[in-house]
Design a protein around this ligand. Sequence first.
Ligand code: LLP
Length: 387
Amino acid sequence: MTSFPKDLIHKFTLTPTPFYYYNMELLDHTLQNLRLESDRYSFEVHYALKANANSHILKHINDFDLGADCVSGNEVTRAVETGFNSEKIVFAGVGKSDEEIKTALANNIHSFNCESMQELEVIDQLAGGMNKIAPVALRLNPNVSANTHKYITTGLEENKFGINQWELESIIEKLNSLHHIRLIGLHFHIGSQITDLSAFKSLCIKINEFQQWFSQRHIAIPHLNVGGGLGIDYHDPDGHSIVDFASYFRLFHEFLVVYPGQKVHFELGRAITAQCGSLISKVLYIKKGVNTHFMILDAGMTELIRPALYQAYHKIENITQGSADIQRYDVVGPICESSDCFGKSILMPLTSRGNLIAIRSTGAYGEVMSSNYNLREKVKAYYSDEF
Ligand code: LLP
């Protein structure tokens, strides 16, 4: 049965569907736990806005004094407008436009995570034009496999991200000739939804090797940014509503060699916001197919694209019916695409038109990736502290 209280489900029935519902108490507990476990080692955490950039969510996150990890000029602006300290903003992305770079320079952010030689030259030139020195962290490709979906693996040589080891010598040479750039750190990110922590151990070992390379050349690296990617439990959102931050940060403490005075940074998105969000939808029709019953919802890939794009699993619950009779369903949306399917052959209580369905663990990469395809309305959002 569902973890949603009865009176909340009653309120849901009075609210037009589909919509995202965010449990802000859970978000706050997650943030408390995150702070507790990262503070043990004085680690600095930047929230990855790409996971969910709703202002209301961002305000709660900013209350816990986290930094921000941005991947567009608009994200930098949103973070600053929400009140994030610009000195705690890092700006990543393989294709930063000139305008975006200027926005970040104007806001005096903590660092640009740079991904190529050409990007370094452009940032240097733009910073020169603004009479500034741009703080830069080199995003290095550690060639570590994250054992996750291929679309969200980023740390392999074949991916478009980062600078490869064999390019380092020429990059460092180049840096010496760029006078409006200051090298302040190294940046890594191996992928997303990583549940096998040993991938992070491999990352630490790789970073230690890179650090030796720099130390042999007497190049100081005050900041190490190890990226994000900590995965969550999509199968048991109630049993594991908060990820095991303790083990995650302890692993970095144990395996990462931190030089005196060096600061370690993290960029976490999903692990912070995923579990607090649910997509609430209504059953429009039950249609009998050849081998299955189609449960047709009023939410589709326009509201939540993860299942269509990555074959991602999300727990689907009927929060109206607790019937003991079980039926197999293909849970689908109304969009004109066969990939508009939230789950195939799912065992659920006997469901009828008008029942409410909750698609769980959708607080990260859910609403933020929604679209207006088929001229659908922008999906609405409600928050437990304002509902
Ligand atoms: N840092 C960098 C450089 C990143 O590219 C990402 C995510 C993060 C941090 C945050 O990763 P997280 O802690 O949230 O895993 N739309 C996909 C996920 C794409 C992740 C892209 N980069 C999904 O729905 O699974």
